[in-house]
Structure formats: structure tokens, C-alpha cells
Design a protein around this ligand. Structure first.
Ligand code: FAD
Ligand code: FES
Length: 342
């Protein structure tokens, strides 16, 4: 028996390792050629401290209080030299991946389909040469063929398969957009580096509010596909906002999720005044009806920077502090990812 452990490094890089029954995360990482920070490996120095909020594990009882206090353990902190997983886990490592003699993984993938599903959205499907381990919500960098440039894209497919899909905004004149619309065809080989990012679905222990803007729907499609196969006892509500009627893609998939996942509901919002859509305005105009439960909610927010900033402003103005808050900004170059856990 072995478990799949996602090591999330401080620089956003995620590496997956297999951990044998009874093995510590530190030993498993070492066996997988990843040198996590450590000094004593005996639960004495505290150098190997990380945190784990997803998965089951034994903390061990050999460590001393100076290395990990009860309060720290209560907050989900762990010593990787002592932690023995008993299920798949996600472990946050507060160190850059390069310092652990590892780095970002690279894989080639073959395009199987590229579809312009509306004037503003492209669906890209490909099959990777090997399984790209990722957490639902994460992204990869895709190199634009014929250039050294890369662009970040969130997986819209669910983890665990070599078949990958992406939902991509068609930016007129954009480098990747022009390649996808003008040249890309089945059989093209694309180079992917990743997975990356701290925007991934945590264990669902509270009601979840998902807020998507435009192609910011992509990571939620991945999360919902993942949730479809898990036991769920908390409500999940998604508000999905776009600019024009044409931009509203993926609704059939959402309707399917709503039929398949009993506790999932969603609504769509269009900001253009010319639209005849029943819900007009921005996502923030419809937040008052959202199940925010006085902050007893985990919020996931993804979309273009102005939309993300508007929602952050909404929570601030209304003095609402969600149980946890995770967001991803689709900035034109891959710079700003963020997370705040209250
Ligand atoms: C972490 C992360 C994840 C991302 N995931 C996705 C995703 O799943 N789907 C997706 O569609 N995008 C995503 N993006 C954005 C994506 O990486 C590219 O920036 C976008 O696709 C534009 O690339 P391009 O090469 O076509 O245009 P570029 O050549 O980069 O841009 C051309 C021009 O258009 C402007 N521009 C770029 N994007 C926009 C925009 N959205 N609106 C208006 N003007 C713009 C640029 O400033 C520039 O002037 C993500 C970004 C980040 C940081
Ligand atoms: S390496 Fe010293 S406590 Fe883990």
C-alpha cells in the first residue's frame, strides 16, 4: 500500500511522491530524490516543519515540544520527519523547491482537439505523455510553439488522467490565442511545465462559495468533476459572471454537475446592458443572495484581476471574513497568485 503525497513548495511548485505504508514524508521524499529541509530527523530541531490540512496521518509521538508545540499541531503543522500518512495528503513545505533539489516538472502533450466554442473562448484538449499529477484548481505553464514565451492555464479536466483540457480566453492578437485560433491542430506537441499554484480545492468541511469570472470557470470545472466522485455533505454554490451572452460557455457542463451533485447549485450573471439575461451586472451585484453564512464558508475566487479585486473589496466593505479565502488572478503574465486563509 502506498499513498500519493503532494508536496506544495513555497514558490508554488507542486511535486507528487509516493509514500509507503509506515514511511515518514521526509524519508519518502528522499527516496523520490527530493531533499526536504531537515537537521536531526528525530523530532528535535523543528527544521522540517510544514503543514498539512488535507489527508489523514499520524503525527508521531517521538518529537519534543520545542520542535512542534500542541498549538502548532492543532493548527495543522507537522514535522515531516515524524509524519506518517495513512491516506493521500497535501503537505505545504515553507521552502523553495530549488532548495530541496527539485523543481518544476516538464511534460510533452499532444493536442487532440482545439475548438473555438464561442467568439471569446477556446477549448483545448490534449493527451500528456505521462500522468501530470495536479490538484484540482492548479495550473500549468504552456510554451507557445515557435517562441520562448509561456502562458499559464488552469486545468479544466480532473486530476488522475493523461487526458487534459483547458478553457482559454481568445484574446485578439494575443500570442497564445493567435496560435490556438490560427495554427494549432490535432497532433501538435506542446510543452507543459507544472503543476503550479496554491489555488486548489481543500477538503470540503464547510459550505463552499465559488466565484468565477469568464474563463476563470476552468479550475471550477476541474474541482466539480473531482467532487462528483467524492462524498459531499456541504453545499457548494457557484456564481459565474461574464461580459456578453456569447461569453457564457460551459453552462451545459454546470447543468450536468447540478444534476449529478445533489448539493451543488449555480447561477450565471452577465454584465452587458444589452443582454436579456435575467441576472445582470457583476458577480458582486449578486453576492447579497449568496450563501455566505456570516463567514462560515470557504470561498474560492478565480477570474480576471478587476473581478478578483472587486470581490475582495466586497468582502472588505461588508466586513465579511470567510473561514478561508483562496483566489487566482488570471493576470496577463503569470505573476500574481494569492491566497489568504483567515
Ligand atoms: C495562474 C494563471 C492561470 C491562468 N489560467 C487561465 C485559464 O485557465 N484560461 C485563460 O483564458 N487564461 C488564463 N490565464 C491567463 C493566460 O495565462 C494568458 O495571459 C491569456 O491567455 C492571454 O495570453 P495570450 O498569449 O493570448 O495574450 P498575450 O500575448 O499575453 O496578450 C496580448 C495583449 O492582450 C492583453 N491581454 C491579455 N489577456 C487579456 C485579457 N484577459 N483581457 C484583456 N486583455 C488581455 C495583454 O495585456 C496584451 O496587451 C491565467 C493566468 C494566470 C496567471
Ligand atoms: S528534522 Fe529535526 S524535527 Fe524533523
Amino acid at each position: 500500500m502506498s499513498y500519493n503525497i503532494a508536496l506544495n513548495f513555497e514558490d508554488g511548485v507542486t511535486r507528487f511522491i509516493s509514500c509507503n505504508e509506515g514511511e515518514t514524508v521526509l524519508d519518502a521524499a528522499y527516496r523520490n530524490q527530493i531533499n526536504l529541509p531537515m537537521d536531526c530527523s528525530d523530532g528535535v530541531c523543528g527544521t522540517c516543519k510544514g503543514s498539512c490540512h488535507q489527508g489523514d496521518f499520524e503525527l508521531g509521538d517521538e518529537y519534543i515540544d520545542e520542535a512542534l508545540t500542541d498549538d502548532e499541531a492543532e493548527l495543522g503543522m507537522v514535522l515531516t520527519c515524524q509524519m506518517v500518512p495513512s491516506s493521500d495528503c497535501v503537505v505545504e513545505i515553507p521552502t523553495a523547491s530549488s532548495l530541496c533539489k527539485t523543481g518544476i516538472a516538464t511534460v510533452n502533450a499532444t493536442v487532440t482537439e482545439v475548438n473555438l466554442i464561442s467568439a471569446t473562448a477556446i477549448e483545448l484538449k490534449m493527451t500528456a505523455d505521462e500522468d501530470v499529477g495536479f490538484l484540482a484548481g492548479q495550473y500549468v505553464n504552456i510554451q507557445v510553439p515557435g517562441s520562448e514565451e509561456v502562458r499559464a492555464y488552469s486545468f479544466s479536466s480532473t486530476p488522475g488522467s493523461c487526458d487534459l483540457s483547458f478553457l482559454i480566453r481568445n484574446v485578439p492578437g494575443g500570442l497564445m490565442s493567435s496560435y490556438l485560433v490560427g495554427q494549432c491542430k490535432a497532433g501538435d506537441i506542446l510543452n507543459l511545465t507544472g503543476p503550479m499554484g496554491v489555488f486548489y480545492l481543500r477538503q470540503v468541511l464547510k459550505p463552499v462559495l465559488m466565484l468565477a469570472g469568464g474563463t476563470g470557470l476552468a479550475p471550477f470545472l476541474s474541482m466539480l468533476e473531482h467532487l462528483k466522485n467524492s462524498e459531499l455533505n456541504q453545499p457548494i454554490h457557484l456564481i459565474y459572471g461574464v461580459t456578453h451572452d456569447d461569453d457564457l460557455v460551459g453552462v451545459a457542463a454546470l447543468e450536468k454537475f447540478a444534476a449529478e451533485i445533489e448539493l451543488f447549485s449555480f447561477k450565471t450573471v452577465i454584465s452587458s446592458t444589452e443582454s436579456s439575461h435575467p441576472l445582470k451586472g457583476f458577480v458582486t451585484n449578486h453576492m447579497q443572495d449568496a450563501p455566505i453564512q456570516e463567514g462560515n464558508v470557504d470561498v474560492y475566487l478565480c477570474g480576471p484581476p478587476p473581478m478578483v479585486d472587486a470581490v475582495l473589496g466586497y468582502f472588505h466593505e461588508h466586513d465579511i471574513e470567510p473561514n478561508s479565502f483562496h483566489y487566482e488572478k488570471f493576470t496577463p503574465s503569470q505573476v500574481a497568485i494569492g491566497e489568504h486563509v483567515a
